[in-house]
Each structure stands twice: as structure tokens, then as C-alpha cells.
Write a protein that binds this ligand. Structure first.
Ligand code: NAP
Length: 237
């Protein structure tokens, strides 16, 4: 689980631990990571934290290797860590561009490159990518973020084609506006963004985590290459 120290990732770590999974969470913030681990262990679950600043192939492969040596094998990979700076295209720097694509696309890509072959060899594995509703339609100010997650949407389908025949299910959850530490600075803008959807309100991290947990278990055993909108209905209307 990448990005287990906050928001959707933390809620997912708690949900998967509750289902009996041994959860390895990662992120840059060790203090927040250890808090989540303590919370899971106090509730009787199994969890560990691994520090990782995901920025390139080396950091992704290092996290994969450390997770493998800690847990033995990885059956479920949740590519949740992500950054979502918004702003006009003409104000975006090359550094912004590279940073967003490194965290949102490059490191999930190399985590899958590292972990999926072992899953395929064992004939079992689950990969879930966390995308976004703004990968599905154009929105001013979201060109960089939306395009990075649109790449992850396509990768979800490409990996389903590539690894699905070997027993590895690859799917995505596509959240709408969700209340988390990461989205808190958006303030009222989050409410406004959510108002356009049938549900008319932002989601909670737990509501997104429940969908990820569904895709992580065999209850979704016939679901491959799907992008599940959990967005209050926004992309449906
Ligand atoms: P959040 O509260 O900001 O949490 C982001 C997580 O990603 C943190 O655990 C953070 O860990 C980790 N992370 C960020 N950069 C990292 C890096 N360079 N290396 C390692 N870990 C890194 O965000 P959130 O709102 O829960 O979002 C989670 C995912 O859902 C993201 O992919 C986001 O794009 C997607 N999403 C969110 C919303 C929303 O409205 N909240 C809507 C649609 C999609 P550290 O800080 O410890 O490094």
C-alpha cells in the first residue's frame, strides 16, 4: 500500500487489516505511518511501516524489495500515493510536471514491473490503482493531474491484459472529491466540485476504502481491468 499515512490510504490500510490482511504501509512521514501501524495493531491487526519517498524507478524498486523481505511475498498492491496540485497549464513548470508524473505514474509503473511477475508466477495477485474522476473529463486547472491519472487508467487496462491471464486482477477505483488531509486546503472548492454530482457532497475516505477493499478480495473475482467510479455519480451525468 503506497501512501498509507493519510486520507484514503490510511482508511484502506485499516479496512484491509480488518479483513485479516497483513498490511505494509508506506510514505515519507514516519510519525504518521507509525500512528497508523499502532492503530491497526491496537485493533488486533497486523501492520508495518516502510519509509519511502516515491520519485523514480529506484525508489519504487527499493520499496518493493523491502516489502518482499519484510512480508515474504506481496499478494495485493494498492497504488494510492498521489499528489494533486491544480493550476493553469501556462503556469506549470517542468519541475511540477516531472514531479506529478513521477509520483502518479512512474512509481506505480515500476512497482507493478517489480511485483506483478512474482504474482503471475504464483498465479495469484491483486493490483488496485487509485485514479480520479478528472481523468475521465476535461476540467480547467486539472490538465496536469488529470492527464497523469488518465495514464494510470490506461495502465490499469494494459496490466489487466498483460497479467490477468496469469491470475493477477488489475483494477482501479476512481474517486470524486473526498475529504482527506490532502484535499483539506481546497476548502469550499471541494464542496463546489462535489455539488455537480448526484450525491451532491464530498465522499469520505472510508467510502473510497470500502470500494478498494471490495476489489482487493475474491468477492470481485470476475472483475478485471475495471475502473470503478466512487464519485457520488459525477461521471455518470
Ligand atoms: P493525502 O491525504 O494527501 O495522502 C496522500 C498519501 O500519498 C500520503 O500517505 C502521502 O504520504 C503519500 N505520498 C504523497 N507523495 C508521496 C511520495 N513522493 N512518496 C511516497 N508517498 C507519497 O491524499 P488523499 O486525498 O488521501 O489521496 C490519495 C489518492 O487518492 C491520491 O492518489 C489522489 O490523487 C487520489 N484522489 C483523491 C481525491 C480527493 O478528493 N482526496 C479525489 C480523487 C482521487 P506521506 O505524506 O507520508 O509521504
Amino acid at each position: 500500500m503506497t501512501g498509507g499515512t493519510s486520507g484514503i490510504g490510511r482508511a484502506t490500510a485499516l479496512a484491509l487489516a480488518k479483513l485479516g490482511a497483513r498490511v505494509v504501509i508506506s510514505g515519507r512521514d514516519e510519525a504518521r505511518g507509525n500512528q497508523v501501524v499502532d492503530q491497526i495493531r491496537t485493533a488486533g491487526g497486523k501492520a508495518d511501516f516502510l519509509g519511502a519517498d516515491l520519485r523514480d524507478e529506484a525508489s519504487a524498486r527499493s520499496l518493493a524489495a523491502r516489502t518482499r523481505s519484510l512480508a515474504g511475498q506481496v499478494d495485493i498492491l494498492v497504488n494510492n500515493a498521489g499528489i494533486y496540485p491544480f493550476g493553469p497549464t501556462h503556469e506549470t513548470t517542468e519541475q511540477d510536471f516531472d514531479q506529478v508524473f513521477s509520483v502518479n505514474v512512474k512509481t506505480p509503473y515500476f512497482l507493478v514491473a517489480d511485483l506483478a511477475p512474482d504474482m503471475a508466477k504464483r498465479g495469484y495477485g491483486v493490483i488496485i490503482n487509485v485514479t480520479t474522476m478528472v481523468a475521465e473529463f476535461g476540467m480547467a486547472g486539472m490538465s496536469l493531474y488529470g492527464s497523469s491519472k488518465a495514464a494510470l487508467v490506461l495502465l490499469t487496462k494494459a496490466w489487466a491484459a498483460e497479467y490477468g491471464p496469469h491470475g493477477v486482477r488489475v483494477n482501479a477505483v476512481s474517486p470524486g472529491p473526498t475529504r482527506t488531509e490532502g484535499s483539506a486546503p481546497m476548502g469550499e472548492d471541494l464542496e463546489q466540485l462535489a455539488a455537480a454530482a448526484p450525491a451532491g457532497r464530498p465522499g469520505s475516505a472510508d467510502e473510497i476504502a470500502d470500494a478498494i477493499a471490495f476489489l482487493a478480495t475474491d468477492r470481485s473475482s470476475f472483475v478485471h481491468g475495471a475502473v470503478l467510479p466512487v464519485d457520488g455519480g459525477r461521471v455518470a451525468v
